[in-house]
Design a protein around this ligand. Structure first.
Ligand code: SF4
Length: 302
């Protein structure tokens, strides 16, 4: 494995490449990454990072967003089949129907979505900035796609808006149930519950803190508490343990692993660096149409 890591290091320098990794990928990939973060951090970073090539260890909508923001850079995905099922869970016809129903509608699109859905939207958001951005919009009526749970959470935080929900979901986050959390809490009564807003309402109702993946890491790191029940994908454990070696983390849910994120391996990172395979391509028309909502997110999220 060390040989693979050394070769990755050598090729990174030779090709002026950087490796970006999402918190949900395998530990071994996070270990060799230049930057690790959630989708908001990585989207912002892809725009400013000084490199010709970005190896994006995540799922396809992330590589696609990086390419949309940086057409001049080469974006390589270690595994082109790593896709987020939720990214596809909204329909163009439904969006059109909503636009016809409400004159002032803003279609707010979670960044976990395909470029096709972004093209049909007014602004993108991530779990870290969704509340702030929806609050700042002049529109009263909001159609939030694709994730129903994040949409519901936003609706509760911004009661002055009429947030219409779509029925998309993340199968990893909805595998966490209130009963899972209660069972762990019974064993570790002092543990604080930290939950991602993609979790179901019944789980968020039990949470001491609700926030994005990076919000959860920050909260646990700054807290004086030493035990936490984590309601999100288990890859986040890498950073949690690295930053807090003396604290304990218990993961709730029956499916902690996002199988798509785990398709990113060291061998595949090495292969794309060697061959230049798996470059993300986005047509110029699609790029232009999906850039506006992404740029608006970066502007409003400042
Ligand atoms: S964890 Fe859920 S939202 Fe994230 S990539 Fe996997 S399926 Fe998609």
């Amino acid at each position: 494995m060390d040989t693979v890591k050394k070769e990755i290091e050598r090729l990174k320098k030779e090709k002026n490449a950087v490796i970006l990794a999402h918190y949900y990928v395998n530990d071994e990939v996070q270990e060799i990454a230049d930057y690790i973060g959630d989708s908001y951090y990585l989207a912002k970073l892809a725009k400013t990072v000084d490199a010709k090539t970005i190896v994006f260890c995540g799922v396809s909508f992330m590589g696609e967003s990086a390419k949309i923001l940086n057409p001049e850079k080469t974006i390589l995905m270690p595994d082109m089949s790593a896709d987020c099922p939720m990214a596809h869970m909204a329909e163009a016809e439904k969006i059109q129907e909503m636009r016809e129903m409400y004159d002032d509608l803003a279609v707010v699109c979670y960044i976990n979505s395909t470029a096709e859905l972004k093209c049909l939207s007014d602004v993108c958001v991530t779990s870290s900035n969704a509340v702030k951005i929806v609050k700042s919009l002049p529109n009263k009526n909001i159609f939030f796609i694709p994730d129903e749970n994040l949409g519901r959470y936003v609706a509760e935080q911004v009661p002055e808006k009429n947030v219409i929900l779509n029925d998309g979901f993340c199968h990893v986050h909805i595998s966490v149930t209130a009963d899972n959390v209660k069972a762990i809490k019974e064993k570790y009564p002092n543990a604080l519950v930290l939950a991602h807003p993609e979790c179901k309402n019944e789980v968020l109702a039990l949470a001491d803190y609700i926030g994005s993946t990076s919000g959860i890491i920050d909260y646990a790191s700054k807290s004086d508490n030493t035990e936490f029940i984590i309601c999100t994908e288990s890859g986040v454990g890498y950073k949690l343990r690295e930053q807090n070696p003396d604290k304990k983390f218990y993961f709730a849910g029956t499916k902690h692993f996002c199988p798509n994120m785990k398709l990113n391996t060291l061998e595949k990172v090495l292969r794309v660096l060697e061959t230049g395979e798996n470059a993300v391509e986005v047509s110029e028309e699609k790029r232009r149409n999906s850039l506006a909502p992404l740029d608006r997110m970066l502007e409003l999220g400042k």
